[in-house]
Design a protein around this ligand. Structure first.
Ligand code: FES
Length: 154
């Protein structure tokens, strides 16, 4: 069940939008922060607070990749392997991270600290290759930078 703070945040978000349907995306982020991923119960709670059909929330959450549909580690490492990043060695960066963490894409370390994912373009092509860890972008990556970033999170 959502905390009172999360419920209030959703109600505040709702005030900023003309229709309930248009504020589903920011509300899903509240759920993701609260539970660590998008739960079915969480989506039903959003629908109830916004007084809309739950299917409207489900269809938004399943369309966008930034909403986690299952639990992820404390640090969700999302490596872009789309065209600009790929040209500038994005797959190599993925390989370096994979070796460092000892997991492949779509896996989580046994201590639940890191989940590794590949993602499509994150809109930061000018600073490729790049990755996102939780809400933060890490850009112009190379082996040394990756090493330093991951060590800082250990
Ligand atoms: S291709 Fe990687 S950010 Fe656009």
């Amino acid at each position: 069940m959502l905390s009172e703070a999360a419920v209030n945040e959703i109600k505040e978000i709702r005030k900023r939008y003309v229709t309930a349907r248009s504020c589903i995306m920011p509300c899903l982020y509240v759920i993701q922060r609260e539970y660590g991923y998008i739960t079915e119960d969480g989506m039903r709670e959003i629908a109830k607070i916004l007084d809309i059909n739950p299917i409207l929330v489900f269809e938004v959450s399943t369309f966008y990749t930034m909403y986690n549909k299952k639990p992820v580690g404390k640090y969700h490492v999302q490596v872009c392997t789309n065209i600009s990043c790929s040209i500038l060695d994005g797959e190599h960066i993925l390989d370096v991270i994979s070796k460092k963490l000892g997991i492949k894409a779509k896996e989580t370390t046994p201590d639940k600290k890191f989940t590794l994912s590949t993602v499509e373009c994150l809109g930061s092509c000018g600073t490729a290759p790049m990755m996102q860890i939780n809400d933060k972008y890490y850009e112009n990556l190379n082996d040394a930078k990756v090493e330093e970033i991951l060590n800082s999170l250990r």
